[in-house]
Design a protein around this ligand. Structure first.
Ligand code: ADP
Ligand code: MG
Length: 263
């Protein structure tokens, strides 16, 4: 495993739970003893600060990238949990950071002694040139066709960029109109996916500025993210996907019914 191992948390859609998963994933990693940093890479609409009550800080990702401030001095410690965070400035950026600024920032991150760096990103913002900064893409979706279809598109992009990826299906309620996990795995076609339930512990955590994992450790969401993270870490260590499930389901039926048009 590369150290630090940098995970990009992404989706093409907003509201699927990227930020909530980033902070809870990071917190679960910490509880397993890993030195972990969570960073807001949503430059125009940063939100980690709102999730963790760090919205008052005025020196974060932007300051560090512009080298106005040393990396170490923009790391905030989230007092209730001790989590290390580089939140985005609430005002956001008017112009996105250019490639050289980003790459020197990431090079700085690679020299830190964190085991894991979790990077929360903006929906739909996936510049190909940046994907090689990361060791893995964690693609977040909800169990519905529009969100899953865009997650699948994103996974194809990651395949082309040779970025290892895995899928998290979030906000599962097990209603009859949701896609089943098997159908989603079939659409995704990757080797590794996990599921997280919809649970009030998540919005309660945001309201309290404490990740659900810490605020409600016995909630279904917290127990699920703990086992997900544990499994994830063991997969990274052994370099093997812990689960490989592929069944012919909905996507297969879709794609054979509507074969993609050849150009
Ligand atoms: N597993 C979950 N259960 C219940 N609510 C959730 C869950 N995951 C996310 N949410 C809620 O969904 C909303 C969007 O979450 P957020 O993490 O901000 O999404 P994104 O970063 O993808 O835009 C928030 O109100 C959050 O409380
Ligand atoms: Mg977000």
């Amino acid at each position: 495993m590369n150290k630090p191992y940098i995970i990009r948390v992404s989706s093409q859609k907003g509201g699927v739970g990227k930020t909530a998963i980033s902070v809870n994933f990071a917190s679960a990693l910490r509880s397993l003893g890993y030195r972990t940093l969570v960073i807001d890479f949503d430059f125009t609409n940063p939100s980690i600060g709102f999730h963790l009550g760090l919205e008052g800080i005025n020196s974060g990702t932007k300051a560090a990238m512009e080298k106005k401030t040393a990396l170490s001095s923009v790391v905030s410690i989230h007092e209730p949990t001790g989590m290390h965070v580089i939140a985005g400035e609430v005002k956001g950026w008017d112009v996105l950071p250019d490639k050289s600024v980003l790459s020197s920032f990431v090079n700085g991150l690679k020299k830190t002694n964190y085991n894991f760096i979790i990077v929360d990103t903006a929906p739909g913002f996936e510049p190909e040139a940046e994907l090689n900064y990361f060791d893995e893409g964690l693609i977040i979706t909800t169990p519905d066709v529009p969100s899953c279809a865009s997650a699948v598109r994103l996974s194809h992009k990651y395949n082309r960029s040779k970025l290892r990826h895995s899928l998290i299906v979030n906000k599962i309620r097990n209603t009859r109109y949701e896609l089943s996990f098997d159908d989603i795995m079939d659409m995704y076609g990757g080797d590794y996916a996990s599921q997280l339930p919809e649970d009030d512990a998540v919005p309660e955590g945001i309201a309290a500025h404490i990740p659900a994992y810490n605020l409600k450790p016995r909630s279904r969401f917290s127990r699920s993210i703990f086992s997900l993270v544990k499994r994830h870490v063991s997969a990274i260590d052994t370099d093997e996907p812990p689960i490989a499930m592929r069944k012919k389901g909905l996507w297969h039926r879709f794609s054979t019914k509507f074969p993609s048009r050849k150009r």
